[in-house]
Design a protein. Structure first.
Length: 90
């Protein structure tokens, strides 16, 4: 998961207060043969971050499109929040 961070996830625990993401390789002829399966154990504790490649170069007042294909297999998650975060302002 190069470029992806899960700050509240410990790969050596069950992550009951957060969750975990896992890359799964699938067979097929489509262009995307990898999917990311995210198991969320706490909707307030899990965070998945993408740093981009040397950052993302997002500029103020410019329109960006974000696309995501998601499917819920189980649980009560009804909403996914996306944020662009400027690490320089933290």
């Amino acid at each position: 998961m190069m470029g992806w961070l899960q700050p509240n996830t410990n790969r050596y625990s069950l992550n009951k207060s957060s969750g975990a993401a896992q890359i799964i390789k699938i067979q097929g002829s489509g262009s995307n043969r990898n999917i990311c399966r995210v198991t969320i154990n706490s909707d307030t504790g899990y965070v998945l971050l993408n740093e981009g490649f040397r950052g993302m170069g997002i500029k103020k007042n410019i329109l960006y499109r974000l696309s995501l294909c998601a499917a819920k297999q189980s649980g009560d998650i009804r909403k996914i929040n996306f944020s662009f975060v400027n690490n320089a302002e933290k």
